[in-house]
Design a protein around this ligand. Structure first.
Ligand code: SF4
Ligand code: SF4
Ligand code: SF4
Length: 326
């Protein structure tokens, strides 16, 4: 069997997706037998000039979101040269955690990080740097962060922040099938088609009524009962399943934060969640409450609405800054 040529490129990343790959342990040996790694900065030398020279890539995998012009260049090169393009992690699928930066302008982010933060002694915003032999330019931030899926067409999506070990195994299986000549289904998601709630084993009442929204440390909760029914916000109803037979966070006694992104056909994860819990809030008592009372209740009890509802998918939210074409 001919080895597939594999290239991995980075956007704005935290490094967790590289670590997720190593989690498959000895399956990495299988991967090494299936592919020739032609580009992967964490594994082999990975300078952009080298990627420009590579002519033929079978599988291109992109980690991260697009924050700088350099990130976009890597993405475009991988797109142009790869037969199969894979979005690995929630960042390339939906913008992920880096996209929370879109609540600020790039100028104000730089200002805060390099000039105003009390714990930094940097001498201003980085730009041109004169080194011994050459002048180097720090890649410029784009005006806002984009989800790579808004910029190019991916063939395979592997959501998760980071994707769990079973998703990496499935991706390796897919590479094996591809190497054997099997076609890869179009727009293939390595995830389920249903919600996290469908896999959650906690007891769910027929009707959920939330009197007060609470944070997890504010309540002694029942470990066998649905978080939402106890007033703790859980994104399970609007989040795509795939993080395990028993969802990864739920089994560790944490509500789902939504890292697998929206359910299929749901355009905006946060709005969908708001509409799904709106009917549960003060159920039966809403007639005695004005719109202002309801707004006040949510405002006072959800301290970080963007982080709560759009932690992983702000870059593709209906109302936020978003790439809409050249
Ligand atoms: S998907 Fe999560 S783990 Fe992967 S690079 Fe983005 S933030 Fe890091
Ligand atoms: S809302 Fe959360 S805790 Fe409740 S059933 Fe869904 S995933 Fe489980
Ligand atoms: S439970 Fe939710 S946040 Fe946790 S890993 Fe699964 S999809 Fe991601």
């Amino acid at each position: 069997m001919k080895k597939a040529r594999l290239a991995v490129g980075y956007g704005s990343i935290c490094g967790g997706c590289d670590v997720a790959f190593t989690d498959v342990g000895t399956e990495l040996v299988d991967l090494a037998e299936l592919v020739d790694i032609v580009y992967w900065p964490a594994v082999v030398d990975g300078k952009i000039e080298q990627l420009k020279k590579i002519s033929d890539i079978d599988i291109g995998i992109y980690f991260g979101a697009v924050r700088t012009e350099h990130h976009e260049l890597v993405l475009r090169l991988l797109d142009e040269k790869s037969k199969i393009l894979v979005a690995f992690g929630t960042c390339p699928c939906y913008g992920g955690i880096p996209a929370l930066g879109n609540v600020e302008t790039s100028d104000s982010l730089l200002q805060t990080a390099y000039s105003e933060a009390p714990n930094t002694t940097n001498d201003g915003i980085p730009g041109l740097r004169k080194l011994k032999r050459q002048t180097m330019e720090v890649p410029r931030l784009k005006a806002f962060i984009s989800a790579p899926s808004d910029l190019v067409n991916f063939d395979v999506f592997v959501p998760g922040c980071p994707p769990p070990v079973q998703s990496v195994s499935k991706l390796i299986d897919l590479i094996r099938d591809y190497s054997a000549g099997d076609p890869i289904p179009e727009m293939h998601f390595i995830a389920e088609e249903t919600s996290v709630c469908d896999f959650c084993k906690r007891e769910k009442p027929e009707v959920i009524s939330i009197d007060r929204i609470m944070r997890i440390h504010e309540v002694e909760f029942n470990e066998d009962e649905c978080f939402l029914s106890q007033g703790i916000l859980c994104m399970g109803p609007v989040t795509r399943a795939g993080c395990g037979e028993e969802p990864r966070c739920i089994q560790k006694n944490m509500p789902c934060r939504g890292c697998f992104g929206p359910l299929p056909k749901v355009r905006d994860q946060g709005t969908k969640f708001l509409s799904s819990i709106a009917s549960s809030i003060v159920l039966g008592k809403e007639k005695n409450m004005s719109d202002e009372d309801l707004q006040h209740l949510v405002k006072k009890q959800v301290l970080d609405p963007v982080g709560q509802f759009y932690r992983f998918a702000l870059a593709v939210a209906a109302f936020n800054r978003r790439y809409t074409g050249d």
